[in-house]
Write a protein that binds this ligand. Sequence first.
Ligand code: BYC
Length: 314
Amino acid sequence: MHNEHTDSHFQKRIDDGEHIEPKDYMPDGYRKHLIRQMSQHAHSEVIGMQPEGNWITRAPSLRAKQILLAKIQDEGGHGLYLYSAAETLGISRAEMIEQLHTGKAKYSNIFNYPALNWADIGAIGWLVDGAAIVNQVSLQRTSFGPYSRAMVRICKEESFHQRQGYEIMARMMKGTKDQQAMAQDAMNRWWWPALMMFGPHDIDSPHSGDAVKWKIKRESNDTLRQKFIDKTVQQAELIGLVMPDKDIKWNESKGHYDHGKIDWDEFHRVIKGNGPCNKQRLDHHINYFNEGAWVRDAAEAYKIKHLKEELVIA
Ligand code: BYC
């Protein structure tokens, strides 16, 4: 019989397709891997509010503004589910934020690029949320219970986000020549960074071995990237956008689109902190985090007061 507190028993549970719950035995490496990935995922959701938030006051109609507001609010909510799910692994929200501010924890490469005009809001919803969904649908079956359940909720909202972006792009492509050129330009700028969101090629991905063994990752970086490409090429064609990769070509024998080379030097530069907006994004987060200190203090004081009152009553 397996001892419940051994790695072999843990691996058998994973192999049998069971969910691992916070109080169950888990190897240290599994816990660390999840804390890294889930906290980075949470930070991405929250930092991802910035490029879009920049356009709320300049949305071209009241309808567009309402939809964008709802979307950005959802992203904040996703961050909260994910921070809470990560806290069940024994790390506090404050520690995760500290790791973000000191550069120990990353967030998605994609949010280090600027949103220059309204077409970028379309491209972000369509391509960035589109890429995120492909990854997150797969993560719904991840082995850690709280992460998997958070993903189920997040995916429901994410598909609305993707459609919001595609609708903006489709509308612009039906507009004037200038509007069409704006949509194409946004697609050209966001396409390659969106492909990088899936992480390095499988062969260059140091964490993938453990992630697959522990069923944290259910499909590899390259498999998910290919799914995204196959879906998106057809959506682009439908509304008249030209793919910014001249090597995109349907490969009959593989049943997939072939694509050109991704610039991994750019990816590494950006995730090391040297993308166009890294400093701006982090400074903004730090400023508002500091500004909100009084709210956290007040909430904490309220909690302590009520705990004391409950103790007196008891
Ligand atoms: N960006 O061994 P690998 C959203 C790092 S936001 C930055 O393949 P792993 C939204 C990786 O961390 C959705 N860094 O790693 C919000 C590692 O470095 P460290 C965000 C990246 O973990 C608002 C190194 O490269 N989604 O939806 O096995 C508005 C080696 O990589 C990236 C998630 O976070 C990257 N793209 O696989 C709109 C999904 N890729 O940590 C939309 C959850 C890799 O050793 N995360 N790195 O310093 C995952 O599924 C996995 O962590 C990844 C990477 C597939 C991203």
